[in-house]
Design a protein around this ligand. Structure first.
Ligand code: TGC
Ligand code: FAD
Length: 396
């Protein structure tokens, strides 16, 4: 891969809206990513391997649980800083941001919000340092967009629960030490259970042959009469709202992350277009190329402003699920379109590993589907503005 010459676009001077601490942390993560992730990421993606050796470094720059309070091993940072960290990680690869999103928002967040004090002390500090890796099991083979239909279930079996079922498409599952698993009790109520690697009857086979997020590891979670100690149930909240609230946090991070991927594609296309000569002129001098670039920076700037405002609302505890959905949907769609246009500007070179464009494009094909598909988010907006859910025939 060509050397990383990334220069972040900031057309509307958003830097003026960030505090010195936010900029310092963002720049630290940017430098870390340039020095440690950019040089190796293409090779790992080509070989379809997760670069596990990055885990301690990612933990050191605060990628795991940045907003988790310091007493539990987190960095106690604000929501905009969390977003900026996700942006810088996804600027190099969505798979690296995925690993950080899952660890922070889908594993540490539910333990912090809904776990007992013992669970928080047992897991959070080790998850923050990367000593433990976590995963989040909500999706099932027959229940993706509709998690409320899940069939994974547990029964009270005296001094433990007996867990059965299967989860699919789970980021980090084959390498996870602990899985936050969402399952129904005997009355059909959803709860979170902490299932640890090595528990008898629990396996996490890898999902192979992905063309997207190749530098991220994905797998299943299979439970065959797994005996889960009763103290591993998250006591603080039950019902579908518990996992959905974790998704709010992760989707918020993705809204920021997608901007990073878009910025990288735009920056690469701008540089390439000024350096590439055709018809004795740089291709940047052609109006059709300028149109593409001008539209890219316009869309990136709009997304940056939308997401900054969302960050302020989230920090104030006022961001709604529907506002987060709008930003996740808009920004991932924006990034995917920019990746496709940037690929065109790079001509044939755009399909090679010399540039990050095609990798971003393929990664974003997962990002547009996970954490709620593009269309599900549109329907969440529709439900919010009309007051009418469209998901089921009965209007519920
Ligand atoms: P619905 O009836 O709307 O809600 C059920 C209950 O939940 C409450 N609720 C929320 N609570 C907290 N936070 C939220 N954001 C909430 N949204 C809803 C709601 O009030 C209700 O509570 P109660 O007390 O009345 O029971 O639920 P529904 O079954 O109609 O579904 C709505 C829908 C379709 C929007 C939802 O199911 C959905 O978002 N589906 C998409 C599924 C999804 O996003 N899955 C993601 C899996 S994880 C993943 O992809 C990780 S990728 C990670 C990576 O690698 O980065
Ligand atoms: P489906 O729900 O079957 O949807 C298929 C199509 O139907 C989509 O276009 C969808 O928009 C459309 N559709 C569905 N319902 C409606 C409707 N009511 N109206 C209109 N259109 C509709 N899950 C986890 O729990 N944990 C993870 O860590 C995780 N990581 C993932 C990593 C990767 C690489 C991928 C690809 C997925 C991951 N997922 C994870 C799963 C992800 O959240 C689901 O793929 C996603 O929620 C969609 O579910 P599905 O794939 O079953 O598609």
């Amino acid at each position: 891969m060509a050397s990383d010459r990334f220069q972040a676009p900031d057309y509307y001077q958003l830097d003026e809206l960030y505090t010195d601490e936010q900029k310092l942390i963002r720049d630290t993560v940017r430098e870390y990513a340039k020095a440690n992730i950019s040089p190796i990421i293409e090779d790992f993606a080509q070989r379809s391997e997760y670069p596990k050796h990055l885990i301690p470094g990612l933990a050191e720059v605060g990628a795991f649980g940045p907003y988790i309070p310091v007493e539990y091993g987190g960095a106690g940072l604000d929501q905009i800083t969390y977003g900026l960290i996700m942006q810088e990680l996804e600027r190099v690869d969505s798979g690296i941001r995925s690993a950080a999103s899952v660890q922070s928002s889908l594993v540490m967040y539910p333990i912090w919000k809904y776990g007992s004090e013992e669970q928080k002390m047992k897991y959070l500090p080790k998850l923050a340092t990367g000593e433990m890796i976590g995963c989040f099991g909500l999706t099932e083979p027959d229940h993706g967009s509709n998690p409320s239909g899940m069939i994974t279930n547990f029964k009270d079996n005296g001094d433990h629960y007996l867990l059965n079922g299967a989860k699919m498409w789970i980021t980090n599952s084959p390498i996870a030490d602990v899985a936050v698993v969402w399952a129904k009790d005997e009355s059909g109520r959803i709860h979170g259970l902490l299932v640890e690697k090595g528990m008898e009857g629990f396996t996490a086979p890898e999902t192979k042959d992905k063309w997207s997020l190749r530098a991220s590891i994905t797998g299943e979670l299979v439970f065959d009469n797994v005996k889960v100690p009763k103290e591993n149930l998250l006591p603080g909240r039950s019902g579908l709202g518990a996992p959905l609230s974790c998704l709010d946090s992760a989707r918020y991070g993705i809204a920021w992350g997608a901007i990073g991927a878009a910025m990288d594609c735009y920056d690469s296309a701008l540089r390439y277009s000024k350096e590439r000569i055709q018809f004795d002129r740089p291709i940047a001098s052609f109006q059709l190329v300028q149109k593409k670039l001008a539209e890219m920076i316009t869309e990136i700037t709009k997304a940056q402003l939308l997401t900054w405002r969302l960050g302020v609302l989230r920090e104030e505890g006022k961001a709604t699920t529907a506002q987060i959905s709008m930003a996740k949907r808009n920004n991932v769609d924006m990034a995917l379109k920019i990746a496709r246009e940037a690929r065109q500007i790079h001509g044939g070179m755009g399909i090679t590993g010399e540039y990050s464009i095609m990798r971003h494009m393929m990664n974003l094909e997962s990002v547009v589907t996970y954490e709620g598909t593009h269309d599900i988010h549109l329907l969440i907006t529709g439900m919010d503005i009309t007051g009418i859910p469209s998901f089921r025939n009965d209007g519920k």
